[in-house]
Design a protein around this ligand. Sequence first.
Ligand code: HEM
Length: 387
Amino acid sequence: MSNNLCGGTQMPFRPGRVDAIEAGKTTGVPAPETDLEETLLFFERAGFDKVDAIGLTACGHTMGSVHHGGFPEAVDESFVTPNNTNGGSNFDTTRGVFDPNVLGEYLNGTGTKGGPLVNSYNDTMNSDKRLYESDKNATMRTLFAQGTGFLATCAELMGRAINTVPTAVQLSEPITVMPVKPVNVTYDFSGDGKLMLSGKIRILTPAGSSPPQSLTLRMSDDETELEPEVEIGSSVFGRSGGEYGTTTYFPFSLSGPAIQNATSFSVQAPESREQAFQTHSQVFVVPSLTVLSGTALNVTVADCQKSSCEDLTIRISAPITQRGTLAPKMSEMDMVLSGVKQERRVCTMCEGQVVLPDVPTGLVTIEAFMEGKLVDTLLIDGGQAGW
Ligand code: HEM
């Protein structure tokens, strides 16, 4: 995320990591005073040779600073000023941009000349200098010759770093962009008990072209023209020369015979290919009867195919704060459904409750399985950040 937001090359993201709950015995990062041999050993243990180690460190050190506050042995007190109270000394002149500047400034002695771990007043702390010079600057020169291609090298090296996982962990294929994506498209009952289908279709428009002014949604034999929301966004997949530009949302709410018993709907923008999506009107989590209040989650699932509530399993995934990191822990639990309180139309209402370990920090995912097969997903309570 940092790489992308600061202008780096898009890095494919493969999901499936597990949280480390304690420090590894032989992993970790070198300190600025660590000698070259041991520094290279740290990298080698993580699967990186000397060329990789130089590249990866230069990639990291195109961003940010070394601070007198944390590293007084590397950065002297003269860096502390009223506007720089922590005494930050920048690695390159473009501290907040992922670019190749650190390479040129180091090799040509311009700008920050490679930064605080090259030019520290205390040579013991010059770990970048020791590393960069360890092959007589050959790697730094090769990287510099790549120009902005350096960003792709960084995406590859950092990708290898984040995709290094314990042997038992199996990462999935990279998550790819969906230019047309249904967002929380879900069945529900209206106040007077009618079946409804509502949600939004999110459209990512290729960079440089304007978003569609309408969409056609087809379901059974019905066609509905959708209008975009006035508010638009700009896609994170559009930064730094990415493929996409504007993000537009097309909300809808449908009722009537066309949505009953439907198993799919399709979406088409003018002059674009029609795309079909599956839906499941027979078993669904009922949004208006599913409530999260603090840590108490009450879920209602409508079962309209005359099976019993016991045939359904519900999986809850909730992000919960964990100590020592900004990243929430995904807390997963199964919910047992029972208690038929009411019937709507031909559907049986199945209910269940769980108490989450803490108040969730964002979206809670509720998945309904019928005989082990996922039949519906509802995302609730996006919280402050919306996700
Ligand atoms: C020889 C190996 C390395 C050493 C000894 C080292 C050392 C350091 C030190 C002492 C700081 C200053 C921290 C502070 O004052 O807040 C720093 C900052 C930083 N390092 Fe490294 N580093 C190494 C490799 C890497 C690698 C491989 C990456 C990522 C690919 C990386 C990314 C960063 C970033 C982004 C910062 C800026 C943090 C900020 O501004 O808050 N470093 N590094």
